[in-house]
Design a protein around this ligand. Sequence first.
Ligand code: GAP
Length: 516
Amino acid sequence: MTQEEVFKQLTAHAKEYGFVFQSSEIYDGLSAVYDYGQMGVELKNNIKKYWWDAMVRLNENIVGIDSAIFMHPKIWQASGHVGAFNDPLIDNKDSKKRYRADVLIEDYIAKLEEKIAKDVEKGRRKFGESFDEAQFRATNPNVLRNQQKMDEVRSRMTEALNANDLQGLRDIIIDCGIVCPISGTKNWTEVRQFNLMFSTQLGNISGEDGIIYLRPETAQGIFVNFLNVQKTGRMKVPFGIAQIGKAFRNEIVARQFIFRMREFEQMEMQFFVRPGSELEWFAKWKEARLQWHKALGLGDEKYRFHDHEKLAHYANAATDIEFEFPFGFKELEGIHSRTDFDLSNHQKFSGRKIQYFDPETGESYTPYVIETSIGLDRMFLTVLSASYCEEKLDNGEERVVLRIPPVLAPVKLAVLPLVKKDGLPERARAIIDDLKFDFNCQYDEKDSIGKRYRRQDAIGTPYCITVDHQTLEDNCVTIRDRDTMAQERIPIAEVERIIRERTDYKPVLRKLNKIG
Ligand code: GAP
């Protein structure tokens, strides 16, 4: 199966088992907006908890807030979003479809990359054991030609993006002969800037003055509360403020399921430091965030850093943690050194003094900021795509299993009476009644035990316990492991301890270094 097919199966699976639904589906859906179902919301909550505990609980000097989505419109002028939160947009006159010019060019580069990968594969097949990939890449004329083209296009694009040169972007599209994927034509409009913020109107103010924005990032809610939190929490630099909440962007290209949405959730943390120390903290946070990802055990080789060539208007260093999704390595989290850009601008636009008096140095200054920013929905997709697995079993049967890390699994334990009679359901319910205070449990008595195991595999439940006739005599149950499918007989009195040990956050959190 190709990766594209795997991704299709994965999205179908996410719907079939109550993880993610298209928003407004009975009205044919709303593009790039999604709802989370009964399993999805549990997984999402568990991801949030893992992030929140790693940030706020483990670090004495990081605290959380929950700021409003609507904010004073001046905030978005101060932050630069009104002027600069744009994407370069281009329309195809024949299909009437709208694209991001940089994404069209990136897709073109990705195709060249694919061509190179195919040539390398061909070489590998031809030369077998003696194949030397590095030498092949350095000498094969097709590979060299495509690599050179790729490098040239990439460097032209970076230059054009850095200079906000819209004509330059259009020239690349024309020179490379890029066609519209729908109409197949090169009948392009000019490239223009498109602001990504959604706006709406305050009820009691008419005209321009009443326009407010749906926040495109949660970070600004943290910046404008810097003084409130610092003073009331008696926080000393370096310290951080964390927040989880909704953000909205009118994305031109919304695709790949929940990867790029118009309404999504962010988990952001702004870490305030002494000016001059920001790059040291930037390096520390890069490592800390990668460690947070790796501690889940989804596969260390699936992550890489990608340093930004084009820096956002507020940053003096920036990197992405990329994850290998079924559609390739893509941004999962951003780590930005935002300088004092935001606090200084809020000082300017609000007229309020936003400074910190450092008791250690006796100086007042505007702190610099390191930001870590991860999309909750993108993290959700990361977990789903790393966990989704179609397996052929020894007995010839097939199963779909979500190997979700047990700490994040929506349901931790299913309790299954072997048959629907002889007092087994009552016994199973009594076990759940005892454990439901500790874990999210499911009870299932319908269909054969094999079918019930498959249903739990499909939602990623790490453990099932089966209550059988012998249970009534010896107070023991069979516990089945989702991944190995191994079964073990254990006393009921031991179930809570065993499930706790195997699904607990503590060992995962213990892998993380304290940083704050
Ligand atoms: N405060 C900085 C900031 O917002 P960003 O790189 O634009 O930076 C941070 O966004 C993270 O938010 C991204 O790494 C991604 O995980 C998530 N994100 C951004 N746009 C998104 C979208 N349209 N849909 C889903 N997640 C998105």
